[in-house]
Ligand binder design. Structure first.
Ligand code: GAP
Length: 395
């Protein structure tokens, strides 16, 4: 499912656009990159320690800044310390200061340091974007809430370079695009909102940020940030590396630093929201049915092939059908327990279609397609199955 979320993002942000290209940059990056980007100095969270139970906590996430949520005691916190979230390691065999490197805490810097190579080799003209999906590492003080906050996660980021005067309109354009991406893939729009950052929340590089938030069980919380990073990063890297990253506009004969609009989403966090939004409990014939009404593009399996009984005369042809579908779909094959239980199992993992091979199939060369959401069934001949599946999944 995570792979499907990432594939859908890539399709929307890179494949279907003529103005965005993709890269895959290094995870371990030189200290100089993180000095230039400002992360070494300011990528910190305020940490306090409880003198009573020794819990270490993020001050800005506490409901009550004077009460420890771990032991309940009041006024036991130490003075807040700024804790840098970057993981350190050493490149090469010597653990010296000169060899200090960091695991990236955002994929974005890999885009900025490759910006000029990518622009030149792809002959890109403003406005254009460079996108990347990849692992990101943050030494979070308080990871938790399933995969909402982890120390190792995946980001889906795109840096969209434009003329400075066009930045405000691209900023609002990308907010619309990104909100639509979530609703198109099935999230109820009532569970999404856009929240602008207050001045005190803005990252060190941002002239304006909004969060796309989802109504998680604990309240509204961030799914994705969309920031106007101005020309901060290209200027910083120019200053620190000596490489002139200004853009030359032939028509106006001007040289300037482009501005950057950055939609930055968490892949793992988005997957979590899609899961939560798709989860439903229904009553069917007096029994509870749990069903994940996932968009077929996100479901881990699109089709389950279920032989009605474990008899070899059904298993073998059913397996053949399953194998014939594998080049186009993720296919489950399940031969255990009653057919009713197997349907429920597929409902719970969000499989949109079940294909049942029964004793009649041996005679009429047809199978039953059962639809997850409506639980209705159709009889389809085996030689038309692939076509029927494609049309059912396309909605
Ligand atoms: N380049 C900008 C940037 O990194 P961010 O708001 O710090 O911005 C972007 O991170 C997204 O990455 C967040 O909206 C969230 O979805 C995801 N994210 C951040 N920290 C995370 C963590 N510890 N665990 C899971 N996802 C995280």
């Amino acid at each position: 499912m995570l792979r499907n979320v990432k594939d859908q993002w890539w399709k929307a942000m890179v494949q279907s656009r003529g103005d965005v290209v993709g890269i895959d940059s290094a995870i371990i990056q030189a200290r100089a990159v993180w000095k230039a980007s400002g992360h070494e100095d300011v990528f910190t969270d305020p940490m306090v320690e409880c003198r009573n139970c020794n819990a270490r906590l993020r001050l800005d996430k506490l409901d009550d800044p004077n009460q420890c949520p771990n032991c309940g005691k009041r006024d036991t916190f130490t003075e807040p310390k700024n804790f840098n979230l970057m993981f350190k390691t050493h490149a090469g065999p010597v653990e010296s200061d000169e060899n200090l490197v960091y695991l990236r805490p955002e994929t974005a810097q890999g885009i900025f340091i490759n910006y000029e190579n990518v622009r030149r080799t792809n002959r890109l003209k403003l406005p254009f974007g460079i996108a990347q999906i990849g692992k990101t590492f943050r030494n979070e003080i308080t990871p938790g809430q399933f995969v909402f906050r982890t120390r190792e996660f995946e980001q889906m980021e795109m840096e969209f370079f434009c003329r400075p005067e066009e930045a405000p309109s691209w900023f609002s354009y990308w907010q619309d695009q990104r909100l639509n991406w979530y609703t198109d893939l099935g999230i109820d729009s009532d569970n999404l909102r856009i929240r602008p950052h207050g001045d005190d929340e803005l990252s060190h590089y941002s002239a304006g940020t909004v969060d796309i938030e989802y109504a998680f069980p604990w309240g509204w919380d961030e799914l994705e940030g969309i920031a106007n990073r101005t020309d901060f990063d290209l200027r910083q890297h120019t200053e620190h590396s000596g490489e002139d990253l200004r853009y030359y506009d032939q028509e106006s004969d001007e040289r300037f630093f482009p501005y950057v609009i950055e939609p930055s989403a968490g892949a793992t966090r988005s997957m979590f929201a899609f899961l939560m939004d798709a989860y439903q409990e229904e009553e069917v014939a007096g029994e509870k049915r749990i069903v994940l009404k996932l968009d077929p593009r996100l479901a881990p399996y699109q089709v389950a092939v279920l032989p009605l009984s474990k008899k070899a005369e059904l298993i073998e042809p059913a397996r053949k059908i399953a194998d014939s579908l594998r080049s186009d779909y993720m296919v489950e094959f399940d031969e255990t327990q009653s057919i009713g239980r197997r349907y429920r199992r597929q409902d719970e993992i969000g499989t949109p279609l079940c294909v049942t091979f029964d004793f009649d199939s041996l005679e009429d060369q047809a199978v039953t397609i059962r639809y997850r959401d409506t639980m209705t069934q159709d009889r389809v001949s085996v030689d038309r199955l692939s076509e029927a599946i494609a049309s059912a999944l396309a909605g």
